[in-house]
Design a protein around this ligand. Structure first.
Ligand SMILES: C[S@@+](CC[C@H](N)C(=O)[O-])C[C@H]1O[C@@H](n2cnc3c(N)ncnc32)[C@H](O)[C@@H]1O
Length: 387
């Protein structure tokens, strides 16, 4: 295998970075040659969450969280302080298993288990019954690690967990709903949403990413089937004005689905999608175009992580992407177009934590409520109204 090189714009999600005990077993290479992994994310049961909140009182929990990767039992509450008094990382390594202790592998580097295939090979790993039995509370997510910026959707980001926690904390709100997720990435939040909602349109851009989301939906269908929820993976590009209904194009929309979106979407969700000003503008234009064509109220939940950087321009730490997001929120709130009014609210992030990740203070959840004004005309065609 060629040496894996990390380019200057390579980014790695903290979700995948904080896996000190995990074995990184690559399952295959995707179509653009990136190593693909499967991580198991456990949804914590009530007692597990209670234990968690106890440890949180000690201020320890948020810094020490693990998931299971590729067969590891994750979330073992290995709660030892990560930081010394100066704030430096201070990691105590758990003794590795020897080959005779149940695993023949003890490796630090990824290895290839199998090469990429266009088929859903992963389905063969378990029969459906086995999956139901073994993975009842476990979401298995296929993802890559350390991608260039244009492929960040192939990793799982903390915002996805924050939104997923919120959904699982408010199941009654979302029960039976039609939901649209924008910038869904691997599809984790859509999958969680489909454990309560009726139809979830899991949208993003790029066939490679959308294929990955689709495989993740297939890997986790046992989680959605009991509630009758369904995830449909579709292409929705914030930088384009329409929903593609060309049946020859992968991940395109049917006319019925477009009508369903306009008639029935009560929630739009988006996790960690505001990191580039042009894309944030595109996202807000899309939200406006959609909501101003709805004849019903729609509630939008946006989670994000404020990533602080030192900039020479400010001679201080700042988060320019967050500042731009705040401006977009203000603009949409002040908008007077006679079609729709938007109200904006920052929600407290004090709801239960169903996933193990660092719920850092820079994680935020915003609620935007779009209410149509009486004069709104219904448009049921595939066109999103240009701004
Ligand atoms: C940081 S990732 C977040 C992925 C996922 N929501 C999560 O939190 O794990 C940002 C997502 O926005 C998507 N995105 C970027 N540009 C987009 C566009 N023009 N239209 C739709 N989605 C876009 C990316 O493909 C990516 O999936």
């Amino acid at each position: 295998m060629d040496q894996i090189t990390f380019h200057y714009d390579t980014v790695l999600s903290d979700v995948h970075m904080l896996l000190p005990n995990a074995r990184h077993l690559m399952t295959h290479l995707n179509h653009v040659g990136q190593p693909v992994f499967i991580t198991k994310f456990k949804i914590l049961s009530d007692p597990e969450r209670n234990d968690d909140s106890e440890s949180k009182k000690d201020g320890e929990k948020d810094r020490n969280v693990f998931q299971g990767k590729d067969g590891e039992e994750g979330g073992n509450g290995n709660l030892e302080p990560f930081l010394d008094e100066d704030g430096d990382l201070n990691i105590t390594h758990r003794p590795r298993k020897t080959p005779t202790e149940g695993s023949s592998r003890d490796m630090a580097c990824p290895i290839i288990l199998k090469q990429s295939s266009t088929e859903l090979e992963l389905e063969d790993e378990n029969t459906k019954e086995e999956a139901d039995e073994c993975f009842k509370d476990i979401i298995r997510i296929e993802h890559t690690m350390a991608t260039p910026l244009e492929d960040v959707g192939k990793q799982v980001w903390r915002g996805a967990f924050l939104l997923a926690d919120f959904i699982l904390s408010e199941p009654v709100m979302f029960r039976g709903a039609t939901v649209l997720e924008l910038g869904a990435g691997t599809g984790l939040t859509s999958i969680v949403m489909a454990t309560v909602a009726k139809t979830v349109y899991c949208t993003d851009v790029g066939d490679d990413l959308l294929s990955m989301s689709k495989r993740n939906v297939t890997l986790n269908r046992h989680m959605m089937e009991p509630a009758g929820g369904e995830v449909r993976v579709r292409q929705l590009d914030w930088l384009k004005n329409d929903l593609c209904t060309d049946a020859d194009v992968d991940f395109s929309w049917t006319e019925e689905e477009v009508a369903d979106i306009y008639d029935n979407t009560s929630f739009i969700i988006a996790a960690d999608v505001c990191y580039d000003d042009d894309l944030t503008d595109g996202l807000f234009r899309t939200l406006y175009r959609l909501c101003s064509n709805f004849t019903h109220t729609c509630t939008i939940f946006i989670s994000l992580e404020k990533r602080m950087n030192f900039t020479l321009r400010h001679m201080d730490i700042s988060c320019e992407a967050y500042d731009h997001f705040s401006q977009c929120l203000s603009q949409i709130q002040d908008l007077v177009d006679g079609r729709c009014s938007f109200s904006v609210e920052k929600l407290p992030c004090n709801f239960a934590q169903f996933f193990l990740y660092e719920r850092i203070e820079h994680l935020e959840l915003w609620k935007v409520t779009a209410t149509p004004l009486p004069s709104v005309q219904i448009r049921s065609d595939a066109e999103l109204r240009p701004s």
